[in-house]
Design a binder for this molecule. Structure first.
Ligand code: NBP
Length: 475
């Protein structure tokens, strides 16, 4: 029997993606380097749909209808290259290789270029939602050629999550566009998680609330504009009690956050593109700092403030934190959207930020009610200079800003670190500032390095003879 699509790499993600396809009525060829995984899948889930098990790569390829659609779900990096090298020689012109792993978009660009020369379509595809999403409907972010999407799109849109009847999958642009968008998704995820963690920390340390009580606060927030998967699971984690000790689970977990690297990629790429993603960067650095156990131990001796909250401040503090969280979250997304626009511009992808927000509404880790607002902000050909200047977000931050400023000020007074909230507020205030102190920085650069500067009142490039009579020269 000919399969409409094949999946090679049957660890948690690949296996669940194959099951998802089969449950949607597709005949799915399945292959894995270690054939035991093929046997296991067929044995455990064979009754869920039509699987064509293949033990050898040649059998796998032969079982696919043409043009072939072959999905690779293996570990990102060298394993992906190894699998491509293994299968590409077995394929024919017009066949499609989909890489659903977490590849770096530059690798995807390289692979796409090499395979295009051989007449093959290579479709780097971001997939978010973890194993649960892969099975029941992930958010799917495909790049690659338009021609390949015409063939693959219907299948991918079928198995993706859907919100309001719209699939959480759309063609984002050529070559690495999908993996680039997935990378920024993960960067935003880091920022979102950091902001939520700061909110928890503030409620705990400023108000002295217990985790279970804070879980209730998050549950309430999840009924409003902050409704999102991450807020929902935060409440679950905070409400959980450790079975061994009877203590709040969050208190027995070592407070050193780990990372797999996609947040770091987002920041590295943003630096290369010259995009200020300070919220995402602070989130990556906060995880890094948490892991420096020796440094933190040494810091235990450092003097701190002795401030407390007044009764009136305490009464409104939880509400203030909700507003600070919402405002900071908007800034994080505004920065992520800026990065997507800059990447799109640099690589010629023509990505629509509104469409990206729409496919993030379901299936993925950052799924959230407020993404509708981002989509709306870009509808009808609107392209605000920043998400922050779009009317809805401008008003939302306008309403939240007093509370946001109180929270950042209170955090500083009490000595509770809020890198995410503070960076977001600084970004917002920088955008608002008619003049920034960058003029002074230009002066300093010209003083020590003759780096020159431009003037506000006339065109040209100038240098002041700082070491001599300080006359200005035009260069
Ligand atoms: P892993 O990332 O743990 O990879 C395991 C799979 O890679 C197995 O099928 C393994 O085959 C195969 N593999 C390796 Br490792 N080296 C290989 C090689 N040289 N040749 C052939 N196959 C090789 O699996 P995963 O957690 O299911 O993730 C798959 C991809 O999806 C990754 O890129 C991941 O980053 C991405 N992703 C994961 C998640 C998630 O929540 N886990 C979410 C979104 C995206 P074997 O069985 O023979 O060892």
């Amino acid at each position: 029997k000919q399969a409409q699509i094949g999946v090679t790499g049957l660890a948690v993600m690949g296996r669940n993606l194959a099951r998802n396809l089969a449950r949607h009525g597709y005949t799915v060829a399945v292959h894995n380097r270690n054939t035991q995984r093929v046997e296991d899948l067929v044995e455990q889930f064979g009754d869920e749909g039509d699987f064509v098990p293949a033990r050898k790569p040649e059998d796998f390829v032969a079982s696919l209808e043409r043009p072939r659609r072959l999905v690779i779900m293996v570990k990102a990096g060298d394993p992906t290259d190894a699998v491509i090298d293994q299968f590409a020689p077995l394929l024919d012109e017009g066949d499609m290789i989909v890489d659903g792993g977490n590849a770096h978009f530059e690798d995807t660009r390289r692979r796409e270029k090499a395979l295009r020369k051989r007449g093959l379509h290579f479709v780097g595809t971001g997939i978010s939602g973890g194993e649960e999403g892969a099975l029941n409907g992930p958010s799917i972010m495909p790049g690659g050629s338009t021609e390949a999407y015409e063939s693959l799109g219907p299948l991918l849109e079928d198995i993706a999550a859907s919100v309001d009847g719209r699939p959480c999958c759309t063609h984002l642009g050529q070559d690495g566009a999908g993996h680039f968008v997935k990378m920024v998704h993960n960067g935003i995820e880091y920022a979102d998680m950091q902001l939520i963690a700061e909110s928890y920390d503030l409620l705990r340390r400023a108000l002295g609330m217990e985790p279970a009580a804070i879980a209730e606060v998050f549950r309430t927030w999840n009924e409003g504009r902050l409704e999102s998967y991450l807020i929902e699971i935060t409440a679950e984690v905070l409400a959980h009690t450790d079975a061994h000790t009877g203590r709040p689970f969050v208190d027995v977990v070592l407070d050193q956050a780990e990372q797999k690297g996609t947040g770091r990629w987002t920041v590295q790429t943003a630096l290369d593109l010259g995009v200020p993603v300070s919220g995402i960067a602070e989130a990556v650095f906060a995880r890094s700092l948490s892991g420096h156990a020796d440094l933190r131990e040494a810091g235990q001796d450092l003097p701190g403030p002795s401030g407390t909250l007044s009764g009136a401040e305490a009464d409104r503090f939880a509400d203030d934190v909700e507003q600070a969280l919402y405002a900071s979250k908007i800034v994080a997304y505004a920065q992520g959207v800026h990065q997507i626009q800059a990447g799109s511009e640099a690589y010629g992808w023509n990505i629509d930020p509104g469409a990206v927000a729409a496919i993030w509404r379901g299936g993925c880790i950052i799924r959230a009610r407020f993404l509708n607002r981002i989509t709306e902000s870009y509808e009808g050909g609107h392209a605000p200079a920043s998400l922050l200047t779009a009317p809805y977000f401008r008003d939302a931050i306008g309403d939240a800003q007093d509370a946001w400023r109180r929270v950042v000020a209170t955090a500083a007074r009490l000595g509770v670190p809020t890198p995410g909230f503070s960076a977001a507020l600084s970004y917002y205030d920088a955008l608002r500032s008619r003049r920034l102190p960058a003029g002074l920085i230009q002066g300093q650069r010209d003083y020590f390095g003759a780096h020159t500067y431009r003037r506000t009142d006339t065109d040209g490039t100038f240098h002041t003879l700082w070491g001599a009579d300080r006359t200005e020269t035009e260069s």
